[in-house]
Write a protein that binds this ligand. Structure first.
Ligand code: GLN
Length: 287
């Protein structure tokens, strides 16, 4: 039988050969997933032999990861804002950069009691659900055109016991019966819409290009398609003084800022991510 250390080495080699970016880290995370042992345990028991079933299962997952299947699809979870969310090929894997959007939303809502939140293009639901977990007085709606994505969001809503506080609805942006009765209803609209220009998608890494849903990436010709719809319609569904905050691609800050301003938003800010790149645009509707 192989020891934990031997398995980790073998897993790392498989991933390095396949040119997986963070080979050792991913090999470790898969080992942790299969054995349920944390790092402290590993370092104290590196010489411990693993069970045959675990060895097989581990190497099988490493070989799948070597095919550039995202790690989160193999383990079925992604950590976002410190919470675990179920993910699979039906939704975009939540990105750490998107936490900047959640943090900005929490900042903007500091003085708002019992905020009503709309998350447009909710996907796995990670943005809406983590906002509701952080703000226990909030209620929210997650909208998405993809029924498949909504099933994943429903599963996450259940895991986090948010059934009574989160509504999930199928809608093509603001075009559905749901929005007819929702004029001036929300304190904030947040969105991480698809924003990659169609032509750029084929240049993305395999994990994204082949395994994130195309629909969750495709921002049409110039990548700005969904921001135009959001900026134009948000004002109608926000309460006076309400906020709009969107994640953006790093070269879209100026364009989206201008769109927000021309649709009547003030205090429009472009916020950077931890890598120093433009990542979020937010604005406020006049009171
Ligand atoms: N809102 C989801 C997320 O940020 C999905 C976004 C998308 O599908 N473009 O992860």
């Amino acid at each position: 039988m192989k020891t934990l250390e031997m398995l980790l080495r073998e897993g790392t080699e498989i991933l390095e050969t396949a040119e997986i970016g963070e080979a050792r880290l991913d090999a470790w995370l898969l080992l942790e997933y299969i054995t349920g042992k944390n790092r402290a345990y590993y370092y104290a028991h590196m010489d411990q032999e693993t069970e045959e079933g675990q060895e097989k299962a581990y190497l099988k997952l490493c070989r799948k990861r070597a095919e550039h299947i995202p790690l989160q699809h193999l383990t079925g979870t992604a950590c976002f804002m410190g919470y675990d969310f179920f993910v699979d090929e039906r939704v975009l894997v939540p990105r750490q950069d998107t936490e900047i959007l959640v943090e900005e939303a929490l900042n903007l809502l500091k003085k708002t009691e019992k905020p009503r939140i709309l998350d447009m293009c909710t996907g796995s639901g990670c943005i809406l659900l983590s906002l509701l977990l952080e703000r226990e007085d909030a209620l929210g709606t997650g909208a998405d055109l993809s029924e498949k994505a909504l099933s994943v969001a429903e599963k996450n809503r259940e895991t986090h016991h948010l059934e009574t506080r989160a509504e999930l609805i199928k809608s093509d942006m603001f075009q559905s019966g749901y929005f007819e009765g929702k004029k001036e209803s929300f304190d904030i609209i947040v969105s991480n819409p698809p924003y990659i220009p169609t032509e750029e998608i084929e240049k993305l890494q395999a994990e994204v290009r082949f395994h994130d849903p195309f629909m969750a990436l495709d921002g049409k010709e110039d990548g700005l398609y969904f921001y135009r719809i959001i900026a134009k319609n948000a004002g109608e569904y926000l309460k006076p003084g309400g906020f709009l905050a969107c994640e953006i691609g790093c070269d879209q800050g100026e364009d989206v800022k201008k769109m927000f301003e021309s649709c009547g938003f003030s205090d429009v800010k472009v916020i950077k991510d931890l890598a120093g790149l433009d990542r979020v645009v937010s604005g406020k509707l006049p009171d």
